[in-house]
Design a protein around this ligand. Structure first.
Ligand code: SF4
Length: 325
């Protein structure tokens, strides 16, 4: 697949050493077994299976999803819906199927063929779907565009909710998709109005407000610090977040990052925020792991699974005897 704007195939996505198309991946039983082994090792709360397109490995996915759910893990499948979403997946209570849409039909079809509007509408008719759209400069520059977009998707019964992100560039990039500062301000105000008009727009005002002041670097990003992103060979890590490379945090528009930033700014007691508690806990956890590694004289195990990110403790437990004491 070669959808324009896809960051996974960006030359910098996996750092300077390798590119996604150079990695070998797994299929069949090997893929299922290795993904489950990774989940059992990392014990995530949530796993996102992302593109390329996870539905390329449709049979493996169909087998994996119930097994992931039986482990109590929440799963998100992010797809272009180029293939039919099975109606049986509706029975999976911890599954969220997210379909990526690049704007209204003329713009989307030009960028996403063969996953055109017509094909998507046919492939999601028996499913529960979250729509995700990344707002680009071209979209932000057209008055009323998002009204029209939400009007189209929100009236459809199979659509449960809609999310928007804002295009996130790499540092120093000049992509035509990048919003100007004034477009960003106007878009934030526009989203606040839209969430009142369209209840399926699942973006609380506190999350939208975070777009005005994103984390300035990955160390300040709760999302980046709580996820582990593993590429298609089930081994290569993507850092510092799902965008890879050197993302321009100051222009970040990722809804997941903004969601966790909003949680981080939530006051839990007086001036104390959830984010301050998290950062302190994260620092203590990292020191504890360094202490364990030194004690056991073991290197960090960086051998982990494909195209998914994990919201979980960063390293597996390495010393059960220490835990008991
Ligand atoms: S998710 Fe956004 S804020 Fe967080 S590290 Fe990535 S680009 Fe930076």
């Amino acid at each position: 697949m070669r959808c324009p704007g896809c960051y996974a195939f960006d030359a910098a996505h996996l750092g300077s050493q390798t590119q996604l198309r150079d990695l070998s991946d797994f299929r069949g039983e090997a893929l299922i077994t290795r993904v489950l082994a990774l989940l059992d090792e990392h014990k995530p709360l949530h796993v996102s299976l992302v593109g390329g397109d996870p539905l390329v490995r449709y049979r493996e996915l169909d087998s994996l999803l119930p097994q992931i759910e039986s482990r109590g893990i929440h799963t998100q499948v992010v797809t272009s819906a180029f293939r039919e979403i099975p109606s049986a997946w509706k029975a999976l209570k911890k599954l969220n199927v997210v379909v990526s849409i690049d704007g209204l039909q003329p713009e989307h079809d030009a960028r996403r063929k063969p996953a055109t509007y017509e094909r998507i509408l046919n492939n999601i008719r028996n499913a529960n779907i979250t729509i995700h759209c990344t707002i680009t400069s071209q979209i932000a520059g057209r008055p009323g565009y998002l009204d029209e977009f939400l009007g189209f998707w929100c009236r459809r019964p199979e659509i449960v909710k809609v999310w928007f992100s804002i295009f996130t560039p790499q540092r120093g990039a000049t992509d035509p998709e990048i919003l100007s500062p004034s477009q960003r301000v106007a878009t934030i105000a526009y989203l606040k109005r839209l969430r009142v008009k369209f209840p399926k727009l699942d973006m609380p005002e506190s999350v939208i407000q975070e777009l005005a002041a994103p984390p300035q670097h990955p160390d300040a990003c709760i999302f980046a610090r709580t996820t582990k992103i593993i590429s298609a060979d089930l081994n290569t890590l993507v850092t510092p977040c799902q965008f890879g490379g050197v993302p321009d945090c100051a222009q970040c528009g990722c809804i997941a990052s903004m969601g966790l930033a909003a949680v981080g700014h939530h006051r839990v007691a007086g001036p104390l925020t959830a984010g301050q508690i998290f950062m302190a806990s994260d620092r203590v956890g990292k020191l504890w792991r360094i202490f364990q590694r030194k004690l056991l004289r073991k290197p960090l195990n960086r051998s982990v699974p494909s195209a998914f990110n994990i919201l979980a403790p960063e390293e597996p437990e390495r010393a059960p005897w220490l835990r008991r004491t």
